[in-house]
Write a protein that binds this ligand. Structure first.
Ligand code: UDP
Length: 234
């Protein structure tokens, strides 16, 4: 079994059936699934996006300064992280939030040392604020944190079952890959993660498993090695 994993959750998935913000039922379901795998003894680091609240690129299309928009996006990931921490603590899980930008007393400032220490103390650790820099995404933040904490693998929880050759929400004949390489993702122009995140994972040999996190129980299945998503390898 894995010793330490990095789980990436998109901000949009926290909306559940709503069009904006955080759905308590969805975040509650995620918290139970995460608590379940932590109890198996796997060390869990988490990166959450902020797309349910604000995305810098969308903001700049509407006339916001891009850097300020990205800062708003990073703050959105902190909001989501605190919501997930609260949901986890309400079911008795031990959870720490670390921020990429200093903002005590909301949460401690990130360092690899603090992150690994908190994981070794039995906490689920949420890395908020992405990379702390504009022009990046939380996919890149999650690649970075995954590599830094020496995670065995990155699990990318989405609302589809894995990586397809075309968008399964638009094309009913879309074919799912069981495994795929980073180079194939690039060559086929598949939108799994942005190029920066994909390149970081490839260069640092971090494999990714993309799976459907919205089906309750799936997180445990992928942790136990069931072949339900798509594995991205070198
Ligand atoms: N963001 C950023 N730097 C980072 C991570 C995120 O500037 O390292 C900003 C960026 O504006 C992004 C927003 O935060 O659009 C929310 O993150 P993301 O779009 O990755 O969230 P997701 O799509 O996973 O919900």
């Amino acid at each position: 079994m894995y010793k330490r994993i990095l789980l990436k959750l998109s901000g949009e998935s926290l909306m559940g059936e709503s069009k904006y913000g955080i759905d308590e039922n969805r975040i509650g379901e995620y918290a139970s699934q995460i608590d379940e795998i932590a109890k198996l003894g796997v060390q869990v680091g988490i990166v959450i996006g902020g797309g349910n609240i604000f995305r810098g690129l969308k903001g700049s299309e509407r006339g916001f300064d891009r850097v300020k928009g990205d800062q708003m996006g990073m703050l959105a990931t902190v909001i989501n992280s605190l919501a997930l921490q609260s949901a986890l603590e309400s079911i008795g899980a031990k959870c720490k939030v670390l921020t990429a930008i200093r903002m005590e007393p909301i949460a401690e400032f990130y360092s690899k040392h603090r992150a690994v220490e908190a994981l070794n103390e039995g906490n689920i650790v949420i890395f908020s604020g992405g990379t702390g820099c504009p022009y990046f995404t939380t996919d890149t933040g999650s690649a970075l944190r995954g590599i830094e904490i020496e995670a065995d693998v990155m699990f990318k929880g989405t609302r589809v079952d894995g990586i397809y050759d075309s968008d399964p929400e638009k094309n009913p004949n879309a074919q799912k890959f069981d495994t795929i390489t980073y180079d194939e993702i690039y060559r086929k122009g598949l939108k799994v993660m942005d190029l920066t995140a994909t390149a970081m994972c490839k260069e640092n040999r971090l494999s990714i498993v993309v799976f459907n996190m919205d089906k309750i129980g799936n997180l445990k299945k992928v942790i136990l090695g069931e072949n339900i998503g798509t594995k991205v390898t070198l």
